[in-house]
Design a protein around this ligand. Sequence first.
Ligand code: NAD
Length: 511
Amino acid sequence: MPNASTPSSLPTEVAELLQRLGVPRDAYTGGSLPVRSPVTGEQIAAVAETSTAQAAEAIGRAHAAYLTWRNVPAPRRGELVRLLGEELRLHKADLGRLVTLEAGKVPSEGAGEVQEMIDICDFAVGLSRQLYGLTIATERAEHRMMETWHPLGVVGVISAFNFPVAVWSWNAALALVCGDPVVWKPSEKTPLTALATHAIAQRAIARFGADAPEGLLDLLIGQRDIGEVLVDDHRVPVLSATGSTAMGRQVAPKLAARFARAILELGGNNAAIVAPSADLDLALRGIAFAAMGTAGQRCTTLRRLFVHDSVYDALVPKLAKVYASVQVGDPREAGTLVGPLIDRAAFDGMQKALGECRELGATVHGGQRVDGIGTQDAYYVRPALVELKSHAGPALRETFAPILYVVRYASFDEAIEWHNAVGAGLSSSIFTLDMREAERFMSAAGSDCGIANVNIGPSGAEIGGAFGGEKETGGGREAGSDAWKAYMRRATNTINYSTALPLAQGVTFDI
Ligand code: NAD
């Protein structure tokens, strides 16, 4: 444990990882952006920032790359993504470790994030031969109608600190096979993992050869003003922005004003219902991971729990015991399940929400700071379980920290009503063995979220499904299913192979 007299080995380990991952030393030493590890609270690097002029140049290079890349056959573009997946496999351990050190995730989650990158690469390689359009029945004789999908242009990616590398890969793997260059502005809190990912991608490009134009993948390091360059540049026809709903509120109107496509992946306030028939042991495990995993810093973290009156006393005291005993600590230590909060602002936000709960007369279990790990700038907390008397107060908004609000419910309709009564609409789940309840939860009259699960928690999505949510979560979809369509433009083609010129709807125009 580092203090003034025992210097930490963490900055050295970070430098060694960056070197092995191929990041040039001058990219992370002597720059103007300090990087702090949430694990110990110490500064681990000083990253060189991109100027707004350099950002505009990178977009220009990416646009020029688009004019070439769009003509490379999609299966050949898929070959680049295959190589990217290979490079990620080779560097999974190092990149996963860097995620742990820079974002504070426990090792299995750090490695899991890189696995997610590999998974989406595999998915996109297959997709590169399946960018299917339809053939459509036409009403005119000797005509054919079809749709074709074409590359769209430069994809801007703005990402959040909590999935510092996976979010880029969800976008980049699809964008590349769809024929689009990518310019990425990662979170200012996690630039090192972005530099490492960029270096890995450049190796894949080098192996791919001359078909990959210069500027195909670029990286902009900086604060929100650098993100704004991507938002405002008309050469970026689609912007994928992951972060808080507050960020989305700033970005969305600007994109709308220039008619750019927005893929918005914003905040969540995810809930689960525990019904009378639930398998309570399974529910307990599902809730524990979903609510406390990643120290409550996933967009899909379980934040609200509606427990039926009849099972409340069988479940909630057990849950409180798990909250009191779960191992909080340095993510590098074996057995740790809950690592640090990203920074002081996250800690303050959590304490503010808990204070409001106490004023509402709630019973608060946990939530206090866990001292003695790292420096005073490392923020570890015991996850908080809050028994609320009603669905109110801070439960109605996202606080990006491990707080689980628990509320009793009496009727299924009431639970669904509360479930949907918040701004966000990302992920949701129900624990029930009652088929009618499960189906109603997933029906048009059930959960209003983009993700609705049964007998698993709301977090931990696979890449095969489309990922994203409704309402204040922004409506975007990324990763699997047909999310690729957001990165391409659709053309409807009608071909006349007759000698006549029949007009649609029987219109005549005889000249
Ligand atoms: P944040 O909103 O503070 O920052 C996210 C990114 O947006 C950063 O790169 C930041 O520099 C940039 N940014 C902020 N304002 C901007 C602006 N006006 N113009 C351009 N860029 C701007 O979010 P955070 O604290 O890094 O991440 C936590 C939040 O992200 C939570 O709300 C979480 O739910 C959300 N999140 C959502 C998803 C999802 O898929 N829905 C995934 C991960 C995180």
